[in-house]
Design a protein around this ligand. Structure first.
Ligand code: TLP
Length: 347
């Protein structure tokens, strides 16, 4: 029985062709800036995002944390949405590594109200931490893969400019937002001082993320990458997987979005499984299981016994993520398995 792994798009395995590309990649010492494949990837990402410079790093967390560090001084404050990855899933790194405090604000579908952000900016008074950075997330993971509307981004950028603040985008899944809306990575990136993007999520590369931004900013980021022990040597082996992923797996993300929608619509019809279909904009489906009266973890366990792996995102929520190993048949089987498990629980 094929295990249908919907826990995350991070579980994807490199294809045979990607492995071939990796095996044949020309490499050099990237700490000396001499790895031709890393350099090619960085160049490609500057072209795709319209930014001056790019830096290949080991993970999305490292990309975000280096960016935060390079934009701030210890004691500064960073405004973000309260379900943001940097606030919930990065192990307290902003405090530990940059000495900054996050100022999380409630958002709707991951989108922050500009006026609310303006009110949260600290006045220049010695009682307060100095606000330095606004960090947004697109697509927004914990809200269910929601897309940050470009008009809201533009408004936020105007606000940031008025107050002399920097803007960072956690764009781990910006690829998905771009494919879903038809808005280019370049257009999304232009409103930010730094953007992080991951190759190891929906694109299916085994390792790696990138930071793009201005030349001076990337210089500083380079320093922090070294500080974090993130200077890699013949990193072209993995950068080549990332290059392959960008060239072959970017546009196909729309398939993942179509399947997520199919899953969401079918599962939402089960009593007890409640999905806000408005949030299903890309490859993530969040199911509210509270009406079942059963802990989400228990439901996940049962699904797992039938060969469907999902994540219990909270005591009352399951997360399902479609990706390049999930086929139409897998979608059908997942729906069947949910039907079975709901029957077992009498819901
Ligand atoms: N997210 C992971 C988990 O940490 C939750 C996942 O399975 O979705 N930004 C965003 C928006 C992310 O979703 C993630 C990974 C990261 C950053 C961090 O990337 P990595 O795992 O490469 O450090």
């Amino acid at each position: 029985m094929k295990i249908i792994d919907l826990r995350s798009d991070t579980v994807t395995q490199p294809s045979e062709e990607m492995r071939q590309a990796m095996a044949q990649a020309p490499v050099g010492d990237d700490v000396f800036g001499e790895d031709p494949t890393v350099n090619a990837l960085q160049k490609k990402m500057t072209e795709l995002t319209g930014k001056e410079a790019a830096l290949f790093v080991s993970s999305g967390t490292q990309a975000n944390q280096i960016s935060i560090n390079a934009h701030t001084q210890p004691g500064n404050e960073v405004i973000c949405e309260e379900r943001a990855h940097i606030f919930n899933y990065e192990a307290g790194a902003p405090a530990l590594l940059s000495g900054v405090q996050l100022h999380p604000l409630p958002g709707k579908y991951g989108v922050l109200d500009v006026q609310q952000v303006e009110e949260a900016i600290r006045p220049p008074d010695h009682h307060f931490a100095q606000t330095k950075l606004i960090a947004l997330e697109n697509t927004h993971n914990r809200w269910g893969g929601t897309i940050y509307p470009i008009d809201e981004i533009k408004k936020m950028k105007k606000l940031a400019d008025r107050h002399g603040l920097k803007m960072h985008l956690d764009g781990a899944r910006l690829w998905n937002a771009s494919v879903a809306t038809g808005i280019s990575l370049k257009e999304y990136a232009r409103y930010f001082d730094s953007v992080s993007l991951c190759f190891s999520k929906g694109l299916g590369a085994p390792v790696g993320s990138i930071i793009v931004g201005g030349k001076e900013f990337i210089e500083r980021a380079h320093y922090y990458r070294k500080v974090y022990g993130g200077g890699m040597r013949q990193a072209g082996i993995i950068a080549s997987g990332a290059l392959y992923a960008v060239e072959h797996n970017f546009k196909r993300l729309k398939e993942d979005h179509r399947r997520a929608k199919l899953l969401a619509e079918a599962l939402n019809a089960f009593p007890g499984m409640v999905i806000d279909l408005q949030t299903v904009q890309t490859n993530i489906v969040i199911i509210d299981t509270s009406l079942t009266g059963k802990p989400a973890a228990l439901i996940a366990e049962r699904l797992n016994e039938h060969g469907v792996k999902v994540i219990a995102f909270s005591p009352t929520r399951l997360r399902l993520v479609t990706h390049l190993h999930i086929t139409d048949d897998d979608v059908d089987r997942t729906i069947e398995v949910f039907k079975k498990v709901c029957a077992e629980f009498n819901v």
